[in-house]
Design a protein around this ligand. Structure first.
Ligand SMILES: CC(C)(COP(=O)(O)OP(=O)(O)OC[C@H]1O[C@@H](n2cnc3c(N)ncnc32)[C@H](O)[C@@H]1OP(=O)(O)O)[C@@H](O)C(=O)NCCC(=O)NCCS
Length: 174
């Protein structure tokens, strides 16, 4: 089965709930999307609510991936909110539901994000990656390269500080 994508869906209350559920399930399966497991929906909403407001009111954009009728993937085009960076977006909250990981959906989501980025006339996409679980390999395979890192920037737990890897993909590149 393949994913189909929706860019900028109408953010109904029900869709917002589905997004929070996806975010919770991904985190509780060990995903590095702003939290450390275990999390509840209430905890995720502390970040999800302002994130969804930034999409609803702008300037951010939301890309969702559906397997049949089921929401299984998402990524957010986060605007740097800086007038000298209007040619860039940071792709944030890149996630695929744990039930459907390892089937190529993550790669398909990133390729769609790249296509959208080109359509929007962007020069490049950035991602920031929590080091320590091999996630940078996922992005490297999709043409992103490491352009820097903030040492120990992410405190996953006391005594467990992880580098934040800054990755970049120019959209003029093939
Ligand atoms: C990272 C993620 C989006 C990848 O999605 P996916 O659907 O599982 O990935 P795919 O099946 O498309 O895999 C594409 C390739 O990347 C590799 N890959 C996937 N996840 C990986 C990981 N966590 N570490 C290293 N390599 C990974 C796969 O092995 C595959 O390689 P192959 O082509 O040689 O088989 C998904 O695992 C996820 O949601 N993780 C939790 C959330 C998260 O941490 N997001 C990253 C935020 S920076």
């Amino acid at each position: 089965m393949s994913l189909h994508f929706i860019l900028d869906p109408e953010l109904t209350a029900e869709l917002c709930e589905r997004i929070v559920e996806l975010w919770v399930d991904v985190t509780n399966a060990g995903g590095a999307v702003g939290f450390v497991a275990p999390v509840t929906a209430t905890e995720v909403r502390t970040i999800a609510d302002p994130t969804l407001e930034g999409i609803e009111d702008g300037p951010d954009r939301l890309l969702l991936g559906y397997d049949g009728g089921r929401l299984v993937a998402m990524a957010i085009f986060t605007d740097p909110r800086f007038h000298l960076k209007t040619h860039l977006r940071v792709l944030t909250r890149v996630m695929v539901h744990p039930d459907t990981q390892g089937r190529g959906f993550g790669a398909a989501l990133m390729r769609e994000a790249e296509r959208v980025g080109r359509d929007l006339g962007l020069a490049a996409l950035h991602v920031t990656v929590r080091d320590g679980s091999g996630l940078d390999r996922f992005y490297r395979r999709l043409g992103y390269r490491e352009v820097g890192r903030w040492p120990g920037a992410i405190r996953v737990a006391p005594g467990d500080d992880r580098d934040e890897i800054l990755m970049w993909r120019g959209l003029a590149e093939t």
